[in-house]
Write a protein of this length. Sequence first.
Length: 373
Amino acid sequence: MTMAPGVLREAAVDVDAITENVRHLRALTGSEIIAVVKAAGYGHGAHRAAVAALRGGATRIGVSDIDEALALRRAGITAPLFAWLHAPGASFAEAVREEIELGISDIDQLLRAAEAAHGEQSAAVHLKIETGLSRNGIAPADWRTVFSEAARLERIGRLRVVGLFSHLSNTSEADDRAALARFEEGVVLAASVGLTPPLRHIAATNAAIALPEARLGCVRIGIGLYGISPFGDRSSADLGLRPAMTLRGAVAAVRRVPAGTGVSYGYDYRTERETMLALIPLGYADGVPRQASGRGPVSINGRRFRVAGRIAMDQFVVDVGDHPVAVGDEAVLFGDPTLGVPSARDWADAADTIDYEIVTRVGARVPRREVRA
Ligand SMILES: *Cc1c(COP(=O)(O)O)cnc(C)c1O
């Protein structure tokens, strides 16, 4: 297949796949979906991922930080937005004005949220409780103090506590159940001081699928939106999900070379016989992990090849043997493996990482092109 003329490299994002993945996960979990579009929608584009997820029935959008939330608000997302990782000491005034719900991990953040409320407008918060991950979240020793203060601020109209939440470690089912039990203790304690928020949420994609008792009627779905499985032993297709991103480039040059030809920096690869080399215009600046040099898979004209030698900043080479490959042919690094191309997981394995990182790291230089199924 040939790439469209003039296109060097692109990440095609199938927004209908995102919509369908949300529909599928809603039906599977029977829960409200908070669609997590942090980090530029895991590389897919935050705004388009949010729009596609809302179309599929997500009711709330989750991001890591307030700047991500504000950008979505300014781009026209009117759905509830929720952000949970904050700059030390930053004012929450703009976030509250833009009706961004704040994840709150300590008393200082709680008081700053209340301060940001003005007039009729209270600050909407989700209290994050630490249940074992050792990241942020209110420490168990502080639960009573923070919950009581939140209840007081709610009574005087400064705050609305929309949710209680936490995050799981995915260490084992037993560890996740233990964290869930701690979470339930927090929920009971909160109720005892008068806090009974409408939402409780602890499951991300992994537990939303694998641990039904963690669903609690509301789940935060990140990687599943994009059609990628969070499980090492189950593929996207096993879960009924469709990968949304296809990373591809146009073969930029081909070259016939004799046996013994060195390829790319350091000549780590040498041709065994006379062969054809094809140049693929994606490199580590585009997020292609240099770690996968000599290993990463590429599909050209329905056939699978491997990177020959080192991945450079802008490009890498594949040895295509005697297979017909011409300038302009489409080289697919990863996409939906049910269509015969490599998966993000294949690249993750080649680079000793996880597929979350493979899609999220696709560089800003790669144009995203929206496609519909
Ligand atoms: C990133 C993140 C998620 C989404 O996790 P996935 O495994 O991608 O579904 C959910 N909750 C929090 C707090 C996160 O940071």
